[in-house]
Write a protein that binds this ligand. Structure first.
Ligand code: ADP
Ligand code: MG
Length: 570
């Protein structure tokens, strides 16, 4: 069969006015003048999920300079730009053309974080691939052939030309995206070599527009970050050259200061610093070590077989805390479980904000120790474990604490935020701690136990629902429907893209099928899955070549599996 550009035009004319099913005839490959179009999946009707489509452009046509895609770091920066531009162009050019989603061309939009994703790819030979969806136009359930021709033969080539070819961009812009991503990766390597857990560059813009808009607060409203002299370090980056900023050392770090002075904003920037950011974000040079994990209280979650005894002991009714399971955790038990789970998969630092922590998990002050004797209190608060975590395990903590001065006793470094600017108040904090002893008794007697070594039981997770053997869907960023169950990810704050959630949904099942063998520990399973994705790409998780997956960390994969109520471990 002739698969030329003219023949798809003829085909669309031929099916014009027929029932929607006639669109099946345009599935497959078509050769356009400058690219090939692959219609991988044709939707069943105009209201169903839109049709899945890919465009492939040869290196000779795309003409990106090889240096722009010579490393994963560079390619990832460029692919972010291509996806961003494609999305914008599709939004402007694709038209509403009939019922349902008719006429819409849509690509998974990248957010402020620059992630490896599947919407746009540059292959090793320089060929460019774009994956997106189109709503094939209909009136009612009748094919609108003319409209489909306008969509595929006019709109689409225009979008491709404006977003997927080198000539669509000034060379400077392309290099800016390469440089920004490469510098962030270089900075992450440097900070781990220097044993810093995070770096916040001078001049960075940390605040966001709003809780639902992750773009930076406009320049005239935001106060740029300025590091305190005593903690300022200089770093040499491949593109930006010499930069300076706050180098956060290992250990126990407190962020103190008055309410509304920018404490949570700083912590949030650090927690997002495990990812790179796009040019113009303001956090391009706010970079953290890859294995920092945000911890928070999350009452109501499920916990499966976790040793929370370093924090919780002697629960009512003799419930085990060395092998703690519950369908409905409390604030403190959920926070204890989250810490032990994070350690299990190799966290090197914990990030905790008092805004989202359980108070009784964080502190028990001297008066409360008098009133409620230790024998009646199951909780050993974090204040009595946080140093051990560092000295025995090398796990640092950054804690936002505005309310409890007791923590001054256990801190290595104290940063005070005042009017959105940090100062180093470590020395003052130490003298306050000496002058005003708290009288509280340390409650941690034993060393920390061995890390968790849970082994998931084969076949313990079942993705089937009704007639479907595998039914895994995501409902936005924070919900995965896995078989009969919903996994609630609202409290997993370092999950940043819907594409990550989708990939994690698939990865749970992939892990279950390939690596739940009763031998491997959860840590080994997650490590293996992440290695597979790194080596073979996200398509290992979904062979249909979908465009809506993004790279995730083992920590968020672990967080999702840990919240799957059907999980069983040995
Ligand atoms: P805290 O945790 O100390 O109570 P937040 O970090 O929540 O304070 O910040 C309070 C408000 O100030 C937020 O609306 C935040 O966006 C804004 N903000 C934070 N940092 C800056 C800054 N550098 N410049 C301008 N506004 C900021
Ligand atoms: Mg706060």
């Amino acid at each position: 069969m002739n698969r030329s550009f003219e023949s798809i035009k003829a085909k669309l004319q031929q099916i014009d006015g027929r029932g929607y099913k006639a669109y099946r005839e345009i599935a497959g490959r078509w050769d356009f003048p400058t690219f090939t179009l692959h219609i991988d999946h044709v939707q069943g009707d105009p209201f169903a999920a839109p049709s899945r489509v890919r465009v492939l452009i040869s290196a000779e046509v795309a003409r990106f300079e090889p240096a722009l895609y010579s490393t994963l770091s560079r390619t990832t920066g460029i692919c972010w730009l291509l996806a961003h531009r494609f999305g914008e162009e599709a939004h402007h050019r694709s038209d509403f053309r009939g019922s349902g989603k008719s006429g819409k061309i849509q690509m998974e939009a990248p957010g402020q974080e620059v992630l490896v994703q599947t919407a746009t790819l540059i292959h090793a030979d320089g060929a460019v691939e774009a994956r997106f969806t189109v709503g094939l136009p209909a009136r009612g359930r009748t094919v609108l052939g003319q409209q489909a021709a306008a969509l595929l033969l006019d709109d689409l080539p225009a979008i491709v030309s404006a977003s997927l070819l080198s000539e669509a961009y000034p060379p400077k812009q392309l290099w800016q995206h390469v440089a920004t991503n490469e510098d962030a990766d270089a900075l992450r390597t440097t900070i781990s070599q220097c044993n810093w857990i995070a770096f916040v560059a001078d001049g960075a813009i940390l605040p966001r527009r709003s809780g639902i808009d992750d773009r930076p607060l406009p320049g005239n409203e935001a106060i740029p970050f300025a590091s305190p002299d005593s903690l300022r370090q200089e770093v040499e980056l491949p593109h930006a050259g010499k930069i300076s900023g706050l180098a956060i050392p290992e250990g126990v770090i407190l962020i103190v200061g008055g309410g509304y002075h920018g404490k949570s904003t700083l912590l949030r920037a650090i927690e997002r610093g495990v990812y790179n950011h796009c040019p113009g974000d303001g956090r391009e040079l706010v970079v953290s070590q890859a294995d920092l994990v945000k911890i928070r209280a999350e009452d109501g979650r499920s916990v499966v077989g976790v040793n929370i005894s370093p924090f919780i002991n002697d629960l009512p009714l003799g419930q085990s805390t060395t092998n703690f399971s519950t369908a409905n955790a409390s604030g403190s038990t959920s926070q204890a479980a989250a810490i032990m789970e994070a350690l299990e998969v190799g966290a090197i630092g914990l990030l905790i904000d008092e805004d989202t922590a359980a108070t009784n998990f964080m502190i028990r002050d001297a008066r409360m120790q008098k009133l409620v004797p230790k024998e009646h209190e199951p909780i050993t608060p974090l204040i009595d474990r946080v140093r051990q975590l560092y000295t025995e395990r090398g796990v640092s903590s950054i804690l936002v604490i505005g309310g409890s001065g007791d923590y001054l006793d256990v801190a290595d470094t104290v940063l005070a935020m005042h009017n959105f600017a940090p100062t180093d108040v470590t020395a003052q904090a130490q003298s306050v701690a000496q002058q005003q002893p708290t009288q509280r008794q340390s409650e941690a007697v034993a060393p920390l136990p061995e890390s968790l070594n849970r082994r998931p039981i084969p076949h313990s997770i079942d993705p089937s629902r009704g007639k479907r053997a595998v039914d895994i869907k995501t409902r936005g960023l924070q919900r995965i429907q896995f078989g009969q169950e919903n996994i609630d990810l609202n409290a997993v704050e370092q999950l940043v893209a819907w594409g990550q959630t989708r990939a994690i949904g698939e990865a749970i099942w992939y892990a279950g099928q390939h690596y739940f063998d009763g031998q491997r520990t959860l840590e080994e399973v997650f490590q293996q899955v992440c290695e597979d994705v790194e080596r073979d790409g996200l398509d290992v998780l979904d062979s249909r070549k979908v465009g809506n997956l993004a790279r995730f960390r083992k920590h968020e994969l672990a967080a999702a599996l840990n919240r799957l109520r059907m999980l069983r471990v040995g």
